[in-house]
Design a protein around this ligand. Structure first.
Ligand SMILES: *[C@@H]1O[C@H](CO)[C@@H](O)[C@H](O)[C@H]1NC(C)=O
Ligand SMILES: *[C@@H]1O[C@H](CO)[C@@H](O)[C@H](O)[C@H]1NC(C)=O
Length: 230
C-alpha cells in the first residue's frame, strides 16, 4: 500500500475503528461484579482472592474444597470474591450461573450454599444428561433445584428471576468482566490481582497455604521495615 493510499485507508478506517471501540465498551456495573464469601467485602490489609467458576465445571468443583479450607483457616485475613464464568462448551453453564445471580439478589447469604449444591449435583445439568430435554424443561429443573437449595418460599421469586432482564444482564457482565481479565477457562484464580499459573491438578489446601503464608509474612515485615523498591 502506497503512502497516499495508507492515508486514505487511515481516513476511512479510523472513525470506524473508533466507533467499534465505543460500541465494544463493557457496560460499567453499578457495583463490582461477584459474590463475597461470607458477605465480607475486601479490606485493605486482607489477601484478595478472585475465583472464576463455572457451576457445571468439574475442575471448578474439584478446586473448591481446598480453597474453602484455606478460607476457614485464614478467616478475615483472606477475602474471596467469586465471579461466574460460564464456558460455552458446557450446555447449562449460563443458566446455572444466572441462578446464582438471581439468588444473590434474593438472599446474598444463600449464594455459596447454592454454588456448593451445583458443585455437588452438577452431573444433572451436564450436556449429556439434558440432551433430550427442551430448554423450558431444563429451566424448570433448575428452578426446582434452586428452590430446593434455598427454601420453597422462594419458588416464585426464583422463577420470575429467570425472566428478569436484570439477572440476564448481571450474568453477561460477569462473563465480560472475566474476558477483560483474560479469563479463558475455569477455575482461574487471581491473588491480589495477579493471575495464578494454570495447574492440571486442583490447588489443594497445602497449595493455598504455600501461596498465602509468604504474603502474610511479607505484610508483617513490611510494617516494621522501610519498603525497598526493585
Ligand atoms: C438467607 O440464607 C441464609 C443461608 O442459607 C438463611 O440462613 C436465611 O434464613 C435466609 N434468609 C431468608 C430471609 O430467607
Ligand atoms: C435421546 O433420545 C433418543 C430417542 O429416545 C435416544 O435414542 C438417545 O439415546 C437419547 N440420548 C441421550 C443422550 O439420552
Amino acid at each position: 500500500m502506497s503512502f497516499k493510499n495508507l492515508k486514505i485507508f487511515a481516513f476511512l478506517c479510523f472513525p470506524m475503528f473508533f466507533f467499534v471501540l465505543i460500541d465494544a465498551q463493557v457496560p460499567i456495573p453499578p457495583k463490582l461484579d461477584g459474590f463475597w464469601y461470607e458477605n465480607r467485602p475486601f479490606e485493605a490489609d486482607s489477601i484478595f482472592i478472585e475465583a472464576f467458576f463455572d457451576p457445571v465445571c468439574p475442575d471448578s468443583r474439584d478446586s473448591w474444597p481446598g480453597l474453602k479450607q484455606a478460607l476457614q483457616h485464614y478467616g478475615s485475613r483472606v477475602t474471596l470474591l467469586v465471579h461466574t464464568f460460564p464456558l460455552p462448551y458446557h450446555d447449562n453453564a449460563f443458566v446455572s450461573s444466572r441462578a446464582l445471580h438471581i439468588i444473590n439478589k434474593l438472599n446474598a447469604s444463600a449464594t455459596y450454599g447454592l454454588l456448593e449444591a451445583f458443585f455437588q449435583h452438577q452431573e444433572k445439568f451436564y450436556g449429556v444428561a439434558t440432551f433430550n430435554m427442551s430448554r423450558a424443561n431444563v429451566n424448570e429443573q433448575i428452578v426446582n433445584f434452586v428452590t430446593k437449595a434455598v427454601g420453597t418460599s422462594h419458588y416464585s421469586a426464583v422463577r420470575s428471576g429467570f425472566t428478569n432482564s436484570k439477572t440476564d444482564r448481571a450474568t453477561r457482565i460477569a462473563f465480560k468482566y472475566g474476558c477483560t481479565r483474560g479469563v479463558y477457562g475455569t477455575p482461574i484464580f487471581f491473588v491480589n490481582g495477579i493471575a495464578l499459573p494454570y495447574k492440571d491438578s486442583p490447588l489443594d489446601y497445602k497449595g493455598w497455604k504455600g501461596i498465602i503464608d509468604p504474603l502474610l509474612a511479607n505484610q508483617v515485615e513490611r510494617t516494621g521495615e522501610p519498603i525497598h523498591f526493585f
